[in-house]
Structures are given as C-alpha cells and as structure tokens.
Design a protein around this ligand. Structure first.
Ligand SMILES: [Zn+2]
Length: 120
C-alpha cells in the first residue's frame, strides 16, 4: 500500500513523496508481541523466589509484560520504504522500520536539518 506524504522542513517548505506501507499479518503481530513480552513475563516468574520484593516485582513485571504485549500487538502497519532523499542536501536518509504514525520527525545525518514526514 502506498501513502501519499510530504516532507516538511522547519521553514515550511514541503516536498511530496510516496511511502510504502505494509500491513502486518495477525500471526506476525502475535509473534512479535510474544517475543517482546516474554522476557518481562519470565522475569516476573523469576522474581517469585525473591522474598519481600516479590510483592512488588511480580505484579509490576506481569503488568509490564501485558502492556508491552498489547503495545506491540497493536502495531498493524509498518513503513517499508528504506530511504528518503533529504530536501536540503539531496543525500539519502535511511528510514527505520516503524509504525506509520504521522507526523514522523527525523533529521538528516549529513546536514543535520530536521524534517517532518506527514500524510497528505
Ligand atoms: Zn541533508
């Protein structure tokens, strides 16, 4: 799926561009959510054996594992476009894989200019 977006510089200059966005399948969302929350869950189980502190640590890490699971599971799309052209110096800027929650703020590693990527 393609999103029509624009890069906006801090001085208000806008450049249109297209961003590729991919829907994450339910199975992959569950896998990613389990992967990110399993460590917290295992720590919660491990803290059962620590006297007194387990009254705080076990519920805290159980809640944290549920929150992390839910936050990861609720990411339904990710940006698959890997690079953008800097409107300032025209060099390539790499984009990390992330949820398309606009506006996305980023800066050019070459000219240090700050940009906003926004949906049209
Ligand atoms: Zn630049």
């Amino acid at each position: 799926m393609t999103y029509l977006c624009y890069i906006e510089t801090l001085d208000g200059k806008k450049d249109p561009l297209e961003i590729e966005v991919k829907k994450i399948e339910l199975r992959d969302r569950i896998k990613a959510a389990l992967k990110s929350s399993i460590v917290l869950f295992l720590l919660a189980v491990g803290f059962v054996f620590i006297p007194i502190l387990h009254f705080i640590l076990v519920p805290a890490f159980l809640i944290a594992s549920i929150v992390v699971f839910w936050m990861t599971f609720s990411i339904t799309h990710k940006i698959t476009t890997r690079a953008l052209k800097c409107p300032g110096c025209h060099k390539e800027i790499s984009l990390k894989s992330q949820s398309p929650e606009f506006p996305i703020r980023f800066s050019c590693p070459e000219c240090q200019a700050v940009f906003y990527l926004n949906k049209s």
